[in-house]
Ligand binder design. Structure first.
Ligand code: ADP
Length: 160
C-alpha cells in the first residue's frame, strides 16, 4: 500500500489543490490530504471548516481521504504509515521555500520522499491568498474554487 500525504493550510482549498490531489491519486494507492492547524497563520477558516471543505471536494475520489494534523509533519507522515509527502509547485517563487522544506524533512527522516507535482498551467497563478482577496472585494471566484468553497467564501465575507 503506497500512501502519500498532501499537507497544507487549505485556507480554503482551490482548484489548483484539487488538480494536485487528482494527479497524486494516479500515482499512489491512497492520498491523505492533511489540513494543518497553522493557527499562527491566522487562517480565515477554522480547522474544522477547512477540513469539511476538503472532505466535500474529495468525496467522489475513492482513494483520497482528508484529515487534520498539528505539530511536526514528518511525525504525522510516519504515524499514517505513508512513504511520501506531496507538494505543489506553481512557479520559481515556490521553489526556494519548498526545496528548503523538503531537505529539512529529509534530514528529520531520510526514508520519506517529497514529490513535487505541477498543476495544469491554468492553475499556476492560483493561490488561496489571491482567492480570498478577490472574494473579500466581492469578485467572483467561481472559476478558481469548487462551488461549495465559493459559497463558503461568500458566506464568510457576508458575515453569515
Ligand atoms: P501551505 O500553507 O503549506 O503553503 P497551501 O494550502 O497554501 O499550504 O498549499 C499547500 C501546497 O499546495 C503547497 O505545496 C503549495 O505550493 C501547493 N499549491 C497551492 N496552490 C497551488 C496551485 N494553484 N497549484 C499547485 N499547487 C498549489
Amino acid at each position: 500500500m503506497r500512501t502519500a500525504i498532501y499537507p497544507g493550510s487549505f485556507d480554503p482549498l482551490t482548484n489548483g489543490h484539487l488538480d494536485v490531489i487528482q494527479r497524486a491519486a494516479k500515482l499512489f494507492d491512497r492520498v491523505v490530504v492533511a489540513v494543518a492547524r497553522n493557527e499562527d497563520k491566522q487562517p480565515l477558516f477554522g480547522l474544522d471548516e477547512r477540513l469539511a471543505l476538503v472532505k466535500q471536494a474529495v468525496h467522489h475520489l475513492p482513494d483520497v481521504e482528508a484529515d487534520t494534523f498539528d505539530g511536526l509533519l514528518i511525525e504525522y507522515v510516519v504515524s499514517r504509515k505513508a512513504q511520501a509527502i506531496v507538494r505543489g509547485l506553481r512557479a520559481v517563487s515556490d521553489f526556494e521555500f519548498e526545496f528548503q522544506l523538503a531537505l529539512m524533512n529529509r534530514k528529520l527522516n531520510e526514508n520519506i520522499e517529497t514529490i513535487f507535482m505541477m498543476p495544469k498551467d491554468t492553475y499556476t497563478f492560483l493561490s488561496s491568498r489571491i482567492v480570498k482577496e478577490i472574494a473579500r472585494l466581492g469578485g467572483d471566484v467561481g472559476a478558481f474554487v469548487p462551488a461549495h468553497v465559493r459559497t463558503a467564501l461568500t458566506n464568510k465575507f457576508a458575515g453569515t
